[in-house]
Design a protein around this ligand. Sequence first.
Ligand code: NAP
Ligand code: F7E
Length: 345
Amino acid sequence: MKKKALIFGVTGQDGSYLAELLIKKRYVVHGVKRRSSSINTGRIDHIYQDPHIKNRNFILHYGDITDSLSVTRLINQIKPDEIYNLAAQSHVQVSFESPEYTANADALGALRILEAIRFNNLEKKTKFYQAGTSELYGLNEKTPQNENSHFHPASPYGVAKLYAHWITINYREAYKIFASNGILFNHESPRRGETFVTQKIVQAMCKIKMKKQKILYLGNLYSKRDWGHAKDFVKAMWLILQQKKPNDFVISTGKQTTVKNFVNLVASHLKMKLKWKGKGIKEKAIDENGKVIVACDKAYYRPLEVNSLLGDSKKARRALGWKPQVKINELVSDMVNMEFKRNSY
Ligand code: NAP
Ligand code: F7E
C-alpha cells in the first residue's frame, strides 16, 4: 500500500516542492487548494493529473484552513498517514495589515488540523508536520538560534506561529499524536512569491538590466537573513516525519547575508557594477552610467524589524542526517536564470 500524504498549502512555494518530492517517493499526494477568482495553481500545473486518470498519485481538493468543516471532512475522507501544514498567510509585513486573518489561518489553522486528527480517531495513524519559522526568535538577536533559544516574535505572523508551535507540542504531549515542528529559516527559490525580498530583488534587477524598469525600492538594507533553497528544506520536512519519535528541529544553512549583500550578489551575477552612496533612508546604489537603480522607501520598513536571524541546525544534521546542498550563489543563479527563462524581455 502506498503511503498517503495530505498537504495544506500545496499551491505555495514549499507545497509545490514537497508534492514533487513525495510523488518521487511513491506517495499518493493529496493537496488542498483554496478557491480563488484567478488561477493559483501555477506552481503545481506541471504535476497536475486529470481526475479521469486511473490510480492518480496527485489529487487536489478544495478547502481552507480557516474552515473547520472542510479540514475535518478532508481528513476523514483521506485518512492520511502524514499531514503537512504549510498553509499560512506567510508575509510578515502583510501580517501587520491583516493581523486577525493571520491569527485565524496561521495559529488556529494548526489547531483545526490537530483537532480533526483527534475527532476522526487518527491519533495513532496520522503524523503531523507544522511549518514553524525562525520569526519565532524575532527580537532575540543572540545568534546562532537553535531549538533552545528564547522566542520573542516581533509581528502578528510570528505571534500566530508561536501559538501553532506550542499547540503542536501540546497535542503531542496530551494526546500522543506524532506531531513535530520544523523551525525553518528563510528559504527561497525561483518559485518564491514576488513580494518577498529575494524574489523582488531578482525580478527588479533583471528588468533594470534589460531596461524595463528604472529603480528598485527597498526597505531595511541591513537586516540579516539565513537564506537557503526551498528544495533542500522540503527534504527536511519529510525526514522530520520519518523519525522514530516526534520532535522539533531547526532547519537552516548557518550562513547569514544582509539584504544589501543579496542585491550585490544579484548585480554581480548580472555583471552590473554598483556603487553605494548615502546613509539610512537616503542610501542608494548607482550603476556604471551614474543612474540611481536602488533606493529606499519608508513604505517597505516594518513597524518592528527582525534584524538578525542565523540558525544552528546541528540537531537536525545529527538526528536527520540533513544538510543543505545549495549555497547562496547557486540560489541566486537559479533564481536569475529562471527569471530570464520565464520572461522574453
Ligand atoms: P507561500 O508560498 O506563501 O504558500 C502558502 C500556502 O498557503 C499557499 O498554498 C497558500 O494558498 C496557502 N494558504 C494561505 N492561506 C490559506 C488558507 N486560508 N487556507 C488554505 N491554504 C491557504 O509560503 P511558503 O514560502 O511556501 O511557506 C510554507 C509554510 O512555511 C508557510 O506556513 C510559511 O509560513 C512557513 N515558513 C516559510 C518560510 C520561508 O522562508 N519560505 C520559512 C519558515 C516558515 P494560495 O496559493 O492560494 O495563496
Ligand atoms: O523579508 C527586508 C525585510 O519579506 C526579509 C517569510 O517566508 O521568512 C520570510 O519572512 C527581510 C526583512 O522575508 C524589503 O524587512 C527590505 O528584514 O523576504 P522577506 P521575512 O520577513 O524574513 C520567514 C522565515 C517566514 O517564516 C516568512 O513566512 O528583508 N526588506 N526591503 C524587505 N522585505 C520585503 N518583503 N520587501 C522589501 O522591499
